[in-house]
Design a protein around this ligand. Sequence first.
Ligand code: FES
Ligand SMILES: [Fe+2]
Length: 379
Amino acid sequence: MTIIDNQRYFTNLPRDYYLSEERYRSELDVIYAAQWLYIAHISEVPEAGDYVVRELPGLGESILIVRDEGGVLHAHYNVCRHRGFSLCSPGAGQLKRISCPYHKWTYDLNGRLLGSPSMRDGEIFDYKDFGLTPVRMEVWHGFVFINLSGAAASLSPQLDATAPEMLPLRTERLRVAHHETYDIEANWKILMENYLECYHCTSVHPEFCVPMDIQVIFEDQVALEPTSVVKAWIPLKQGMESLTMDGRKVCRVPLGDFSDGLGVPDGFGAGFMTQPAVNGFFFQSDFGIAHRVEPLSPTRCRLHNWWFVHEDAVEGRDYDRAQLIQLWDTVNRQDAVIIERQQVGVSSRGFRQGPLSAAREPGLLGGLTMYLQMMGEGD
Ligand code: FES
Ligand SMILES: [Fe+2]
């Protein structure tokens, strides 16, 4: 047995799981490509022809998200069907056609091949057989997810069932106010473990604990299961309005139905996580964030953090960007430090699997069990 579960406690993983190159390679396919990954918000591609190219460097992938003339969103591998040239450079912009710089093959925004110089349709091959390779995509209330294996269970019904508290936020109507990345010298599973518990919050995140009601988290957390989507939210203490350094709102335009007069419930928070490779969504009534964890090597990973506000909120008038990001940015930097230090420790020959608390770290049992099941190592 890889993790010990003896009723009173369970353990984390053996040392090699956090170091092995071979295991890391197989995790990319078995875990990361098999999972739903948050890739963009619809507000980043609002008009016909708008596109973003998102790089997934750990997987060696580049994904083109584009809205076609009819307003339909598509996800394509950013790879030409001729000789595999990487079509669009990383970034965002407007396209009428997708044109490969190498030999000038041209595709429409749906990914259909329109032209290949000196090779007319039907002459050597049929254009219809050589469109761009699609990436499976689902959009849930504005959040765009991709699944590279194409085999994951549909995500939207799982989110509908797990995170109904998100619905009043009307997350279709958001805007990305800020994006930050944090490169961390640690195996991605150490970051996952850290994100699945708040046992460390009082010691590592004193600022987080000003607005956050940690007792509610501990009570709620007991129910976390080894499923690919779990409910996860940050409850606020009585009298706190938002997840900020002082607990006051940071954006004057409330999200969703709260803009239309719906009262904000006491302590309101909403959100969910996907696991084992973590995407986390945490919202209060005035702003929210999304996290995505990206493996880069057996001992390196990258955390992405997007901050969202209401689509009508204007920087400088309705919110101050530095204030908006301050608390989560502080928390992310604190987590990066401890995650790197844990990697140093688990890399030691002296590391042994330790007992984890079913009351304080139950999320890890769900996340690690899910990981082992996907790797074919579960019971
Ligand atoms: S590789 Fe794209 S046109 Fe040749
Ligand atoms: Fe943390």
